[in-house]
Design a protein around this ligand. Structure first.
Ligand SMILES: O=C(O)CCC(=O)C(=O)O
Length: 327
């Protein structure tokens, strides 16, 4: 498993960069100190406390399975890119459509503008090891890594942050996420997405940790895309644009590697950061255990010259544009 000790700097060591390019993902243990993990969990719970189900459209988060049909795509979802909204767990409802869990146990995810609208999550974007180490308020959220320094080490010229989410994976009902590539959803031409995924609670085989098909970012093309339909809603469609990042020697010529691919589970402790290449095939299983698994994730795409964010992606930029990671 390509995990390594916390980097000596705010960014990545050359060997971590090499691991990421080889495997398509990288686990960085202890990226967040316990005080920051606690502050972000407290913020997640504060948001859940504020959820008013009496005015909520009861939108459920559905991944739509392998082919994406039946992926959540109502207006509440499609207009959530610059808001904090709550998507409920399918299995939190009975056959008659009644909620069977208290709200704190019924939410699948909270998204998709936490990195701007929630002060503690926003502070994480500008955090670094030189931030204060007592994470008791938004402006003291500390991290042992800096997202901007990591993006720089991965070669981003103008990284833009989008689609931030707290994913709850509640005990007993937290839904599985089927195999997917993040660039299917956040497509730029050529592909450039990288996921930053922070465990706020331990993620284990029992409660639905991530698992990865190592190296699949080198041979798995982004050959389909989740797009907005003209009449409303979303659907999967063949990708007519570039299917691999440019200039890295990746491509379908390497596809023979696929047969040797086996999923590798990424069990991690709270505070770990997992970086995920946008072409990497990954998934997570249903949480059938009694233990929750709250994580926080955001994605970064290249906003620099030569990269086009697709106007049919489900998530469209807010009026102010996608959030710059560099000052
Ligand atoms: O946290 C999970 O279970 C899935 C997250 C994921 O696959 C993603 O953010 O791309």
């Amino acid at each position: 498993m390509p995990s390594s000790t916390a980097p000596p700097s705010d960014g990545l060591t050359p060997s971590q960069v090499a691991d990421f390019h080889r495997d398509g993902y990288l686990i960085i243990p202890d990226a967040l100190p316990p005080s920051t993990v606690n502050a972000l969990l407290a913020e997640t719970n504060r948001l859940l406390d504020a959820l008013d189900l009496s005015t909520h459209p009861l939108t459920r988060f559905r991944t739509g399975g392998e082919d994406g049909t039946d992926h959540v795509g109502d207006d509440y979802f499609l207009t959530s890119g610059d808001k904090i909204r709550f998507f409920l767990e399918d299995d939190a409802f009975d056959a008659e459509g009644r909620l069977t869990r208290p709200k704190h146990r019924a939410v699948n995810k909270i998204g998709h503008y936490l990195h701007v609208l929630s002060p503690p999550f926003a502070a994480l974007l500008s955090s670094s090891s030189s931030s204060s180490s007592s994470a008791t308020s938004a402006d003291t959220v500390a991290s042992r890594t800096s997202p901007a320094a990591i993006a720089r080490d991965l070669g981003f010229a103008d990284p833009r942050v989008l689609q931030s989410m707290a994913i709850c994976k509640n005990p007993e009902i937290g839904g599985a996420v089927p195999p997917h590539q993040d660039s299917t959803f956040l497509y730029t031409d050529p592909p450039s997405a990288v996921g930053f995924w922070y465990a706020l609670e331990d993620a284990t085989l029992e409660n639905g940790c991530l698992s990865f098909l190592p190296g699949s970012h080198r041979w798995a093309p982004v050959d389909k895309r989740m797009v907005r339909k003209t009449g409303g809603g979303i659907q999967m469609e063949a990708n007519e644009g570039a299917k691999f990042p440019r200039g890295q020697g990746f491509g379908e010529g390497l596809k023979g590697e696929e047969s040797s691919g086996e999923y590798v589970p990424g069990e991690v402790k709270a505070g770990s950061l997992v970086l995920i290449h946008g072409n990497l095939v990954h998934k997570s299983e249903k949480n059938t255990s009694q233990k929750g698994r709250i994580i926080y994730t955001f994605h970064v795409i290249e906003g620099g010259e030569g990269f086009k964010y697709d106007e049919r992606n489900w998530l469209q930029p807010p009026a102010e544009g996608f959030t710059r990671l560099y000052d």
